[in-house]
Design a protein around this ligand. Structure first.
Ligand code: SPV
Ligand code: MN
Length: 623
């Protein structure tokens, strides 16, 4: 027996050790052994793809107290610590070897220093805990897209979340034998008190793209701990950049057009800006809501959902706006609610749920009552803004038939959206691939939200909604996106949407349901079935087409005044935006493709000409 297996055997019972050796992968043996030595767990549980192993985790999570059962069968609740409610950007770092320069938009740490720090925090951290070894497959198994991945964690909540969110991969690992190119994640919640991580000051999430490994410690919040989610994106982006494909922060949806036609769109939105709700839109079908791999196959673009479940925001979910999710959340399905309010009788409440706010309950701050304040004096809402639900896609009645297709779905449209109160029109189509990637994707700005720790509502640069997850320089990433479309005869059309546009009094100009119309319009544009108006920054819908769609889809009378308000070209705001973006890329300095500056400057001069001819705020009817 190899030395690695001996080390593992010492911590395993017979059953678990048998599961280890069946993998027949020396790299895996070496990886587990290395971390058994560092983490020093009391015991090891190896999870294969069987229901009985999943049940072991489901039981353990209740025993450990990381989740509690609720009144509806299958429902549980998990709380993260009061100060552990979002992604910790400050302590999430890419470890970079000496001499390698990334760019100032990426948070980095010297690799040697980072490794030393995180491994010393992790030393013996599991001495009184069980180590879970879990195997998954990112993307459909046995497909061109699939990337096998292994997770080590001592958190039964993380393990439970992952069995809901990812495709089982133990058998995939066995099939692949002595395979090396899998992703690796090591997590420990650290010292736990009252079921939450205590040593938040030593919370660290460090990534090593050279070794395809991510370390995470002293945190439980999913975005910091669920390896295959945002941590795997860094590894995915790095790998994709070497192999000419894309890893994106996108949903995939089948948009249902006339006569039963289904056209697939992928859409990138920053966190908490409507991505899941777009993917969940009534009458359309969902493939995924957060992370995709996109590849070119025979001159077409195909994408898969990396995941098989949703870790979605629960605030404001209601039966009218989100019928599919509402139904799932109210029926006996396997669901983990996190950071919601739990009432005495074991039901959950979240801000924006129809009905009365409970008088009391338990939430992420402990016993909760209306008006309760935290140590900083802020009023604590019943549920955290970033409170979430975790559920497998199979529970949804709007699941697309191709959600698990190993060949992916053909993407005909790409959408970029952000939280933008004053600049972009609600929906707009770019002139072509390069114009879309540059003037929409690479120019995306969005106001910050509670998905990350820190101040909210600050306008920030977020190219392709992917800035938080990049592991390569922004310039290079943009260039890869440009090149991806260049060789395609008929690349996907690129659109922008903005659900958050306001008037000068601060009132939103659109209803939540309006996005259904923008999707139908984009679907028709892909098939060239409606005309559009060129406004100098792209194409917008004609009033008559929207009017018809509003009537057909929402049975609503869409007034021309609304159209004018929403689609007025705001020239000064658009010019300022271009200036901000040019400044950012100029400061980046190297690696930014020249064409980016050319396209933005051309757009700016088109806007200046328009301003001279028609003024600063131009009605779409005048264009
Ligand atoms: C997001 O914040 O974009 C999410 C949740 O999808 S997290 O896992 O925190 O990234
Ligand atoms: Mn996300």
């Amino acid at each position: 027996m190899s030395k690695d297996l001996e080390i593992i055997k010492e911590k395993c019972d017979r059953e678990n050790f048998k599961k280890v050796i069946k993998i027949k992968n020396n790299y895996i043996f070496n990886f587990i052994a290395k971390f058994v030595k560092i983490l020093n767990p009391e015991s090891i549980f190896v999870c294969n793809d069987s229901e009985s192993d999943f049940n072991y985790i489901r039981n353990k999570v209740i025993e450990d107290g990381e989740e509690k059962k609720l009144s509806i069968e299958g429902h549980t609740v998990h709380f993260d610590g009061y100060y552990d409610q979002g992604r910790d950007k400050e302590h999430t770092r890419l470890m970079v070897p000496k001499g390698v320069y990334l760019d100032p938009n990426l948070d980095t740490i010297d690799k040697e220093r980072g490794l030393e720090e995180i491994l010393s925090i992790m030393k013996d951290i599991m001495h009184d805990r069980e180590l879970y070894v879990l195997f998954f497959c990112l993307g459909p198994v046995n497909s061109k897209f699939a990337i096998p991945a292994v997770q080590l964690t001592d958190s039964s909540y993380v393990a439970h979340s992952e069995i809901l969110l990812y495709r089982p991969g133990y058998e995939e690992f066995r099939r692949l034998g002595n395979y090396r190119d899998y992703f690796q994640f090591v997590h420990s919640a650290g010292e736990i008190k009252d079921a939450v991580s205590v040593n938040i000051d030593k919370r660290r999430i460090y990534m090593d793209t050279e070794e395809d490994i991510v370390y995470s410690v002293n945190t439980q919040y999913g975005g910091n701990t669920i390896g295959h989610k945002k941590l795997a994106m860094r590894l995915g982006i790095n790998r994709a950049s070497k192999e000419n494909w894309l890893t994106e922060h996108m949903f995939i949806s089948g948009i249902h057009g006339p006569e039963g036609r289904v056209t697939y769109f992928a859409g990138a939105f920053p966190s908490m800006c409507g991505k899941t709700s777009t993917a969940m839109i009534p009458d359309e079908t969902i493939v995924g809501d957060d992370i995709v791999y996109i590849k070119k196959i025979e001159n077409k673009v195909y994408a898969v959902n990396v995941e098989i479940g949703i870790f979605g925001i629960i605030e404001d979910i209601n039966p009218d706006g989100d019928p599919s999710i509402w139904k799932v959340l109210n029926e006996p399905n396997e669901i983990i609610f996190s950071n919601v309010l739990v009432t005495e009788d074991g039901y959950v409440y979240w801000v924006g749920k129809p009905g009365k706010v409970p008088e009391k309950g338990i939430n992420h701050s402990g016993e909760w009552y209306p008006g309760k304040r935290d140590l900083e004096g802020n009023e604590i809402p019943p549920s955290h803004k970033n409170a979430r639900f975790t559920v497998n896609l199979k529970n949804l009645d709007n699941l697309d038939i191709n959600y698990n297709n190993p060949d992916g779905v053909e993407i005909r449209g790409i959408i970029y959206g952000g939280r933008d109160s004053d600049t972009l029109v609600p929906v707009q189509e770019s002139y072509d691939w390069n114009h879309g990637i540059i003037s929409i994707g690479a120019s995306l700005e969005s106001e910050t939200t509670a998905a990350t720790l820190g101040k909210t509502g600050v306008r920030s640069f977020n190219p392709m909604s992917n800035l938080d997850f990049l592991s390569i320089p922004v310039g290079k990433y943009i260039d890869i996106n440009l090149k991806f479309g260049e060789s395609l005869k008929n690349p996907p059309k690129i659109f922008s949407v903005n659900y958050f546009l306001k008037d000068s009094n601060g009132n939103y100009l659109n209803e939540k349901t309006d996005k259904r119309i923008w999707l139908k319009w984009m679907e028709l544009r892909v098939h060239e079935e409606v005309e559009a108006i060129n406004i100098g920054t792209g194409f917008i819908p004609k009033y008559g087409d929207l009017r018809m769609l509003f009537k057909d889809v929402l049975r609503r009378d869409y007034g021309q005044e609304d159209y004018i308000k929403q689609f007025t070209l705001r020239v000064p705001e658009n010019i300022s935006k271009i200036e901000r973006i040019i400044k950012i890329y100029t400061e980046l300095g190297f690696g930014v493709p020249d064409i980016l500056f050319e396209i933005l400057k051309e757009q700016k001069s088109r806007l200046e000409i328009l301003k001279n001819k028609k003024g600063e705020y131009i009605s779409p009817l005048a264009l």
